[in-house]
Design a binder for this molecule. Structure first.
Ligand code: PLP
Length: 351
């Protein structure tokens, strides 16, 4: 710790590197094989002009996204992952002391970025079944309100009508984080942007269903007036040339994406069944992961599985009773089964 750092930075914990190697079921990434767009981009870029800067605002990708989503490219802002755009949103729209409303649990970086940007957190707890109280979130009256749909880490998608009401009735800006929306079907809030809503920002990412977490490509879709302000703040060159090319190629062919979404939807019930057989309580999921309460201490379970090369996410604080596990292909479920068969009897026996 350094006394030179801002107090809110001193209070933060440094990131810990997540497990490398083995089977990573921690990060809700895509376990269905590499997106062929990445290889295609590497081939296309071979001998490419990497000595030059990329475009300032990812103009090629923004045009492709505009076409794909049927919005003006002026509605689209790209970022170095959607994480980056959460920071950009806070830096663009918050003045010191502004309230930021969000439901809890939600994506853990939201409270981190809002605090770093001098926002005041107004968190609204979800119900025991992870349901959202839209009236409470509206009443929290954020300058900015975040809704994650489907939600991470709980997995459920809040009813569309409830989120529509939050957008319609909030006085401030509403951000709908749709990092996992592909797994929900074609049900995005981009529709509302297309209809001209000027207090809504939709966040999307290539890190999950598109299988490109390592390339760091996120984007927002909003009214051009919001996008214009965010673009001033985001800074130039947030996407590198290779990442922009790969994401643009990925948009041209839906087959990979459709295969991944089908794969997750097919395997999710099998993973749920396995966990229930083993005594876990499993929550409903509309995403590519399951939140579950194991029959043994979650930290010890995660450590025992990690010892066998299978990494699941455990939590601290009010989420400590749970683990979160990514849905992969059947081979991932099978490997988890073997690891659970080994770990659980020992943990239950207390040995
Ligand atoms: C809800 C949600 N939003 C945003 C992100 C950030 O993703 P990325 O920065 O890789 O686009 C994540 C990552 O786990 C997430 O779960």
């Amino acid at each position: 710790m350094s006394r030179f750092a801002r107090p809110e930075v001193q209070r933060l914990h440094a990131y810990e590197e997540e497990a490398g190697g083995g089977l990573n079921l921690m990060a809700n990434t895509n376990l269905f094989g590499a997106n062929p767009a990445i290889e295609a981009a590497l081939v296309r870029m071979k001998g490419g002009r990497f000595s030059e800067y990329p475009s300032l605002t990812s103009v090629v990708l923004r045009n492709a996204l505009g076409k794909k989503l049927d919005v003006d490219p002026a509605c689209v802002v790209t970022g170095n992952g959607s994480n980056d755009l959460i920071d950009v949103l806070c830096r663009t729209f918050l003045s010191p002391g502004d309230r930021v409303a969000y439901h809890w649990p939600c994506f853990s970086m939201i409270p981190v970025f809002l605090r770093l940007n001098h926002g005041v957190p107004a968190s609204v707890p979800l119900g025991p079944d992870w349901s959202l109280d839209p009236d409470a979130l509206i009443a929290a009256d954020g300058k900015v309100t975040f809704v994650v749909r489907p939600n991470n880490p709980t997995g459920n998608a809040f009813p569309r009508r409830d989120v529509e009401r939050i957008v319609e009735e909030s006085r401030g800006l509403v951000v709908v984080d749709e990092a996992y929306v592909e797994f929900l079907g074609g049900e995005s809030f981009v529709t509302e942007v297309r209809e001209g809503r000027d207090n809504l920002v939709v966040l999307r990412t290539f890190s999950k269903a598109h299988g490109m977490a390592g390339l760091r490509v996120g984007y927002s879709v909003s009214h051009p007036s919001l996008a214009e302000e965010m673009t001033k703040v985001r800074g130039p060159f947030r996407l590198d040339t290779l990442a922009e090319t790969a994401a643009t190629i990925a948009l041209a062919d839906d087959r990979y994406l459709e295969g991944v979404v089908e794969g997750v939807r097919a395997e999710r019930p099998n993973l749920k069944r396995l966990l229930e057989e083993k005594g876990f309580t499993v929550f409903r999921s509309d995403a590519n992961f399951l939140l579950a309460k194991p029959p043994v201490d979650p930290k010890r379970l995660a450590a025992a599985l990690a010892g066998q090369g299978v990494h699941v996410r455990d939590f601290a604080g009010d989420l400590a009773p749970y683990v979160r596990i990514t849905v992969g292909p059947p081979s991932a479920t099978a490997r988890l089964r073997v690891a659970l068969d080994e770990a659980l009897p020992k943990l239950m026996g207390g040995s």
